[in-house]
Design a protein around this ligand. Sequence first.
Ligand SMILES: Nc1ncnc2c1ncn2[C@@H]1O[C@H](COP(=O)(O)OP(=O)(O)OP(=O)(O)O)[C@@H](O)[C@H]1O
Ligand SMILES: *[C@@H]1O[C@H](CO)[C@@H](O)[C@H](O)[C@H]1NC(C)=O
Ligand SMILES: *[C@@H]1O[C@H](CO)[C@@H](O)[C@H](O)[C@H]1NC(C)=O
Length: 251
Amino acid sequence: MLQIPCATTYIGCIGRDKFGEEMKKNLKLAGLLVAFARQIHYLEDESAATGTCAVCVVVEKAKYLYIAGFFLTVSPDSIQLVAEHAAENNKVFSMNLSAPFICEFFKDVLDKVCSEHFAVMYMDFVFGNETEAKTFSRVHGWETENVEEIAQKISQCRKASGTHKRITVITQGLDPIVVADDDKMKKFPVIKLPKEKLVDTYGVGDAFVGGFLSQLVQEKPIEDCVRAACYAANVLIQRSGCSFPEKPNFK
Ligand SMILES: Nc1ncnc2c1ncn2[C@@H]1O[C@H](COP(=O)(O)OP(=O)(O)OP(=O)(O)O)[C@@H](O)[C@H]1O
Ligand SMILES: *[C@@H]1O[C@H](CO)[C@@H](O)[C@H](O)[C@H]1NC(C)=O
Ligand SMILES: *[C@@H]1O[C@H](CO)[C@@H](O)[C@H](O)[C@H]1NC(C)=O
């Protein structure tokens, strides 16, 4: 979406082994090496095997941080560290709700990052779909199924740093996107698509957030962020799997 080389960096360490080869091969297949050659930095370590689950995240240079809620199942402590770093350094910290089960089973952990029940509230942007919003509402005993009301309530939860207002963005498939801060609520229509053009919706949630963030990092207004989000989601669902054209035609 940005069309800026090296705007994002893909880093890691691999061993000189089968898994390392696999990583390089798959990146090549994904076209990453062609389009973003300078952004991939692998340290090749002959003395160690390629890790199959460890990830190293660089946060200090980043100004915008986004963590998918699924990561709560991996390391809430890491999320806490990143969230605190963002709050202390006036950076924008965002998460998504990821899945209803994340809202249910990890209520306590999520609350640590997002709720009035705990003293700390780090999220500047919260993304989710309608099912996740409703689950979030239920497990917090809010007694409302109204997505607009829930979005606003999420935005009203206590905040750790005062610099940014929390904005909650809830998608509802074909229905309008709900965007709420603590006192305002707006709805945005999705881009309609004739049925025969819809291929599949794999990754549409991620594409939506990706499009949104591409404008946010350029300090564009929320309207532009949502427009880009819808654009990216719309492009993705017209293609098979999680693929996208080399150049966006978003204006
Ligand atoms: N059938 C559709 N036609 C047009 N746009 C769509 C369609 N489905 C999804 N979108 C677009 O994608 C956005 C996100 O869709 P949705 O609410 O289904 O996400 P999600 O449930 O989080 O997806 P995921 O399956 O990735 O978790 C919508 O706001 C809309 O812009
Ligand atoms: C919202 O996303 C979850 C997975 O995160 C999915 O199970 C659910 O069906 C989605 N809701 C809608 C209405 O698409
Ligand atoms: C949240 O993130 C997960 C994991 O990246 C993704 O599968 C899901 O579609 C996302 N949902 C939204 C609404 O952003």
